[in-house]
Write a protein that binds this ligand. Structure first.
Ligand SMILES: [Ca+2]
Ligand SMILES: [Ca+2]
Length: 240
């Protein structure tokens, strides 16, 4: 239910009318601190893109853009289905940081435990649509994924690395996949943003055995700990 609510909210946020296309083009990619602070009305006291009513529903503070003070703005936490009142969300080990600089890459290892009786297990990257005003998702940064190793190794007949598949898995086995993201110059926006994604692992009879979620955090070069003001601006007022 919580995920569904966030998806509906995300759809509403993207669909909200904007002041003017020209103003959007210049302002939408700017860090929040550089934007005109034209909102701040009764409906969105902190002008963070979440209406006061929405913030009350999610338990966040309508007068704070980062209720739990963890550096992740309420807006991004809500649309990524994270708790904006819990500093432990997102778990930092779930965040993959990619820097905006030429040739930059970021990798993450996923450790999936399965039980096999000779079946094959296939992994696949799956991006999650979030309301980035530029229409960008984690898929834009995804380079590739590989099946890299298993434990015990002898439980797996063949590891087909590049096609993300473990063949002939017998017994309780840990499967390791590696996902790599690549920075692309065309996607430079000089502000911080967060893109959720999933990695699905299916048995060869089609049964879904795991679908871990991770978050790709894209940061401008030189950013150490993102502050709320350095994040990309959410869709403009009126809020939803
Ligand atoms: Ca708000
Ligand atoms: Ca936060």
């Amino acid at each position: 239910m919580r995920e569904l609510s966030a998806v509906l909210l995300a759809a509403a946020l993207v669909g909200c009318p904007r002041s003017s296309p020209a103003a959007d083009a210049s302002a939408r990619d700017a860090p929040a601190a550089d934007r005109p602070h034209e909102a701040g009305g009764a409906d969105d006291a902190d002008a963070d893109g979440l209406c006061d009513e929405t913030e009350r529903r999610y338990g966040s503070d309508p007068t704070s853009v980062d209720t739990d003070g963890d550096g992740f703005p309420d807006y991004y936490e809500v649309v990524a289905v994270l708790d904006p009142t819990a500093p432990s969300e997102p778990p930092r080990q779930d965040v993959v940081v990619l820097t905006e600089s030429g040739g930059s890459r970021a990798s993450v290892h996923l450790d999936i435990t399965v039980r096999g009786a000779g079946e094959d297990f296939q992994g696949a990257f799956e991006s999650v649509w979030v309301p980035d005003v530029a229409g960008t998702t984690a898929a834009e940064f995804f380079e590739d994924a590989d099946a890299i190793d298993a434990y015990p190794r002898e439980n797996v007949a063949i590891i087909e690395g590049e096609i993300e598949r473990f063949r002939g898995v017998v017994g309780r086995t840990r499967l390791w996949f590696e996902l790599t993201f690549l920075w692309r110059d065309a996607l430079e926006r000089r502000c911080v943003r967060l893109y959720p994604f999933h990695y699905t692992v299916k048995r060869n009879d089609g049964v879904l055995v795991a679908r871990p979620r991770r978050l790709l955090l894209v940061v401008p070069a030189g950013t150490s700990r993102p502050q709320p003001a350095s994040w990309c601006a959410p869709p403009e007022a009126p809020c939803r």
